[in-house]
Design a protein around this ligand. Structure first.
Ligand code: SF4
Length: 317
């Protein structure tokens, strides 16, 4: 990140402009940001409470929660979590067990553990304040490229681009008209951010991908259709989004998966300790002892379950 006048922005990678001239990328970025102001972003503001805050801890919590969980399930959990842990300092001071209890209903409990570790790193290494540079953010447990940049754009209002799976579709189709590698997507989006508009542009880009440039795109309702490369080509097959790095190919089946079992066991432990012989039933596979042993070992290795006194299983402190 380089410091400019007031806002910071990511230095543009000149190779990006072989994909499309910079002036066109900026014009596309401005069009997306303008649509966000006029329609997309305000209409979702009440639905998404984290859009009404710039508190970096709250934004970090929202980004971690929304990574793999539907927004409708995240909203009540987000509010409850911030009531329990309004700051990184409060979260760091709490036992992991309490953090895991507040994670109920969200799944992928490893995220809760990482968020707890991140809170402790924020307290130990950053004086209790969420850092505001990419390198420090990416140094926090569980915080990758996307989350670090989302915190910069959505809490600190920096002019950095954010690429999730929805934004990745828009970039491949509208900006490039061809599949993009991960680094290319990041470089393209960084070049599209209008000066001083990182927050507005980022939210609008995510909304555009989530509501209009969906896996089956609704081009007739698209505010940037005139500037879309793929649309200009008559949407010739293959869809550029399909081959792009970071664009989701859908989640693997949940029903009957180890992931489902892991969630069930942590859920059961939220209500109190269990004896080891009760694990297979808690996982939902009473006849699959060997599988239960394997899944339990994974949860223990991930630090989400510990053996307490008398060998009973419980959530960690
Ligand atoms: S015109 Fe269609 S493909 Fe292009 S950005 Fe809009 S919705 Fe996506």
């Amino acid at each position: 990140v380089t410091s400019g006048s007031g806002a910071s922005r990511i230095a543009a990678d000149p190779r990006t402009f072989r994909i499309r001239p910079r002036i066109q990328l900026l014009a596309l970025g401005r069009a997306i940001a303008g649509w966000g102001s006029a329609a997309g972003t305000p209409s979702r503001r009440e639905e998404l409470p984290w859009r009404a805050t710039r508190d970096p801890w709250a934004v970090l919590v929202s980004e971690v929660m929304t990574q793999q969980t539907q927004v409708g399930r995240v909203v009540p959990a987000y509010r409850g979590f911030l009531r329990a842990f309004p700051t990184a300092v409060a979260c760091a001071a709490a036992p992991l067990e309490e953090v895991l209890r507040s994670w109920r209903g969200l799944g992928y409990n490893r995220r809760a553990r990482n968020l707890h570790l991140a809170a402790r790193a924020i307290v130990n290494d950053h004086g209790g304040r969420v850092p505001d540079d990419v390198r420090s953010l990416e140094g926090l447990p569980g915080v990758g490229t996307y989350t670090a940049r989302a915190v910069l754009a959505f809490a600190f209002e920096r002019d950095v681009g954010v690429v999730d799976t929805n934004a990745g579709r828009v970039l491949a189709r509208a900006a490039a008209g061809r599949p993009l590698r991960r680094a290319e997507s990041q470089a393209v989006v960084d070049a599209m951010v209008p000066e001083g508009g990182g927050w507005r542009f980022g939210q609008a880009l995510l909304d555009l991908g989530a509501t209009v440039c969906t896996p089956v795109p609704i081009c007739g309702a698209c505010p940037v259709r005139r500037r879309c490369r793929w649309s200009a080509s008559g949407r010739s097959e293959p869809d550029p989004a399909r081959g792009s790095s970071g664009v989701s190919r859908g989640q693997s089946r949940f029903e009957g998966s180890d992931r489902q079992g892991r969630g069930r066991l942590v859920d059961a432990l939220r209500d109190g300790p269990l004896a080891e012989r009760e694990v297979a039933s808690a996982l939902g596979w009473p006849a699959e002892g060997a599988r239960a042993v394997r899944v339990l070992a994974g949860l223990v290795a991930d630090g989400l379950v510990v053996r307490g006194s008398g060998g009973r299983l419980r959530l960690p402190d």
